[in-house]
Design a binder for this molecule. Structure first.
Ligand SMILES: C[S@@+](CC[C@H](N)C(=O)[O-])C[C@H]1O[C@@H](n2cnc3c(N)ncnc32)[C@H](O)[C@@H]1O
Length: 204
């Protein structure tokens, strides 16, 4: 085993959120990031329509479907396969492929979306500028998609990475929503450059 995969395993074993996810039968430690943001900002409610981008293995979708209940709808997309979650429509496809976006739109069939959540992270190449460019491309596509589906007043929660393009992106998003805030939940590792931007009140 390589030194990096060995230290990753050790980190996983020590991580309290990994343990908690296991005990509570959630699919990923990532769920605790959404949970914390939701507790603070009261994002998710019964009956909402939610799109979860970069959803596998499915922690965010599990949480979102519990919150929106049977009267709501969660549509989840990932490039990887995902085990089914009751009440969640799971699609597999590459979000950068327009045909995948069309499949998402087909599932929604004109139903206005209350909330888009995106935890998408590109596969890391280790080359920082390349990874940042890929992440910003996914963020741009997420914004473009959100503009097409969000109801007026709807919300967007998106993961970003500190680096080239992130500030400009935040400013651009802020022009289209009533207010934006930055969140760095406890479950988001300190050493990670990731943070979350919550944009509320979409202005068409
Ligand atoms: C951090 S994980 C998401 C974890 C998820 N929120 C959860 O709670 O389980 C990021 C996901 O983004 C997905 N992803 C990356 N690039 C993608 C793309 N182009 N299209 C769709 N999904 C993508 C990855 O496959 C990965 O599953």
């Amino acid at each position: 085993m390589s030194r990096s995969s060995n230290s990753w395993l050790q980190q996983q074993r020590r991580d309290p959120y990994v343990k908690l996810a296991h005990i509570q039968d959630y699919r990923s430690r990532a769920i605790y990031k959404l949970m914390e943001i939701d507790r603070q900002d009261r994002l998710l409610r019964k009956g909402q329509t939610v799109v979860d981008l970069g959803a596998a293995p499915g922690g965010w979708s599990q949480y979102a479907s519990e919150k929106v209940g049977e009267s709501g709808l969660v549509v989840a997309l990932d490039i990887l396969p995902m085990d089914p979650i009751p009440g969640v429509v799971c699609l597999q496809g590459d979000f950068t492929d327009p045909a995948t976006v069309q499949r998402l739109l087909d599932v929604l069939s004109g139903r206005p979306v209350d909330l888009v959540i995106s935890d998408i992270a590109p596969n890391l190449s280790g080359i920082r500028t390349t990874d940042q460019a890929r992440s910003m491309l996914l963020a741009e596509l997420t914004f473009e998609f959100s503009r097409g589906v969000l109801r007026p007043g709807g919300d967007l929660l998106i993961k970003l990475f500190q680096g080239e393009g992130a500030d400009a992106y935040r400013k651009e998003i802020a022009r289209h929503f009533t207010r934006t805030v930055i969140r760095k939940p406890d479950a988001s590792r300190d050493k990670s450059r990731e943070f979350y931007m919550l944009a509320r009140g979409y202005v068409v």
